[in-house]
Design a protein around this ligand. Sequence first.
Ligand SMILES: [Zn+2]
Length: 215
Amino acid sequence: MELGGGSSNKIKGKASEGNIMEQFPVTALPEDIQAYVAECVAANSVADLYRLRATCKSMKELIDRAGIYAALDGVHVFYTFDLQDEGLALIKRAADAGFECALYTYAMTLKVFWDNEEHFSGFTRESFERIGKIVRSIEWGCGKSHAVAFLVKTYEFISKVMPLFYNCQCTPWLERNWDLWHIKDNKGKNLCDRCFWIKELGLFYRDFKPIIYLF
Ligand SMILES: [Zn+2]
């Protein structure tokens, strides 16, 4: 992938003859900037990340090293193909590399499938909301969505956990717009801790759709 030219500091790429527009190869940037570009691309479109990774060997190595691709791959392996051990290992690899979308996905995956909340403590409410919004809005493409295991967990959540939210004193759920399944991301600044995490889980079950990308 190449960024279009236009600045006076353009670096001339290997444009073929007849290609008037000079281009700026991403690989000419410092490596940490390249990693940042890759993270931005990943947050915007998984399809573009696949294309970026396919552009050259050094970009493939950079994306794999940064763990970004591992996180996306892990999500597909875990959620779509239902290969939990392999998928979780890939997501963890990306989380260990510090990729914050992977940290969120790893924490949520442990909670959803093993009721393990240990990684929630690494987030503030604000950071969890902010990153969750990004992860849930990633454009994953179209095709097959969740394997059965996640759908089973979703039904369990609706039947067993959501009632706790509605029964808590902190929740003005009788007011309009408090139906948990249709709640807006920004609602609930005054929720108690338990209801805050229930709301975040509800948003995850509702909006996280790791649909495998079809080329
Ligand atoms: Zn509450």
